[in-house]
Design a protein around this ligand. Structure first.
Ligand code: PEP
Ligand code: MN
Length: 337
């Protein structure tokens, strides 16, 4: 961290800031010029709040030279993280594919889709039991009944289950029924939830917030990791931009960006990124070509009658085509399906 002081600062101001930094175990180098005084902080500055430093009236500017996240940072963990759930993995050479409906609707629906996506090569089954809907009048999910049906689908197919948690009160139930706990875009900065998930034994799939910067997203991962759970999977699901043609804008550049900053695996969700079933195939290819560790795709056997997100859900046939395409792409990229 670099602190630039105002030209008229006093010797006592420098002593104040030096004291603040040294209390956190950080060394301070002083550069006193003719016009400006600059303090260079050396060491772990993660506990020093740049906002508090900047609130001193004698401070001109604070510049961070290091990322504020440590555990999620590739600098301190150069080996890529590989997350394991059941017999499936996310990260490393193999591409992971999580597929299934937006929401669990019935036993017949979830079992049929689970069998189809498994046959076509999916490595995880997804299905929402608790749905974060914009309207309180929309279908909210089968809730605990939905989790039970997912557990049945796991028993039937052996596929590990991914499902979204909406409340910390359900953590025990999720640990019991689900193999990977999803934190949805809307809860990416629910800090109580992130702290609580730091103590669970299941991997966490952390979706990028609707308008979150990459740094905010990685700081949310840091919250969970700081609590002791280092099994995090990041998932880019599109961000809000001025464009209205698509539901969100799939941020392809986030993939190489995250790969350069973090060791955590990153998936792409082309369904929520686009909001259009016919775009999913192209954006899935783009995500894999850009270096994603896999995909999260909404697949429904009857999208027209889906209770949630039918407009972006693909049928098993199109899902099969995506699997064929990424299987063909994988060796070009040094990956496997
Ligand atoms: C979902 O995965 O069904 C979902 C609600 O996604 P997001 O949190 O990305 O909107
Ligand atoms: Mn959905």
């Amino acid at each position: 961290m670099i602190i630039v002081l105002k030209p008229n600062c006093e010797e006592s101001d420098i002593r104040t800031l030096t004291g603040v930094a040294e209390k956190e175990g950080v060394r301070v180098n002083h550069i006193v010029g003719t016009d400006l005084t600059v303090l260079g902080l050396v060491g772990d500055t993660s506990r020093i709040d740049p906002g508090i430093i900047e609130s001193h009236r004698f401070v001109e500017r604070v510049m961070k030279v290091n990322e504020p996240y440590k555990m999620a940072n590739i600098k301190f963990h150069p080996e890529p993280t590989v997350v394991t759930a059941g017999r499936s993995v996310i990260g490393g050479k193999k591409l992971a594919v999580i597929a299934g409906p937006c929401s669990v609707e019935s036993e017949e629906q979830i079992i049929n889709i689970a069998r189809e996506v498994k046959k076509l090569g999916a490595s995880f089954l997804r299905g929402g039991a608790f749905k974060p809907r914009t309207s309180p009048y929309s279908f909210q999910g089968l809730e605990y009944g939905g989790l039970e049906l997912l557990a049945t689908a796991r028993k039937e197919t052996g596929l590990p289950i991914v499902s979204e948690i909406m409340s910390t009160k359900d953590i025990d139930k999720f640990e019991e029924c689900v193999d990977v706990i999803q934190v949805g875009a809307r809860n990416m900065q629910n800090f109580d939830m992130l702290k609580a998930l730091g103590g669970v034994s299941r991997p966490i799939l952390l979706k990028r917030g609707l308008s979150a910067t990459i740094e905010e997203w990685l700081m949310s991962a840091e919250y969970i990791m700081a609590g002791g759970n280092e099994q995090i999977i990041l998932c880019e699901r599109g961000i809000r931009t001025f464009e209205t043609f698509t539901r969100n804008t799939q941020d392809i550049s986030a993939i190489p960006a995250v790969k350069s900053l973090s060791h955590l695996p990153v998936l792409v969700d082309p369904s929520h990124s686009t909001g259009k079933y016919w775009m999913v195939e192209a954006m899935a290819r783009a995500a894999i070509a850009a270096g994603a560790d896999g995909l999260l795709i909404e697949v429904h056997n009857d999208p027209v009658h889906a209770l949630c997100d039918g407009q972006q859900s693909i049928k098993p046939g199109r899902f099969g085509a995506i699997m064929e395409q990424i299987t063909a792409l994988a060796p070009l990229l040094g990956r496997e399906v």
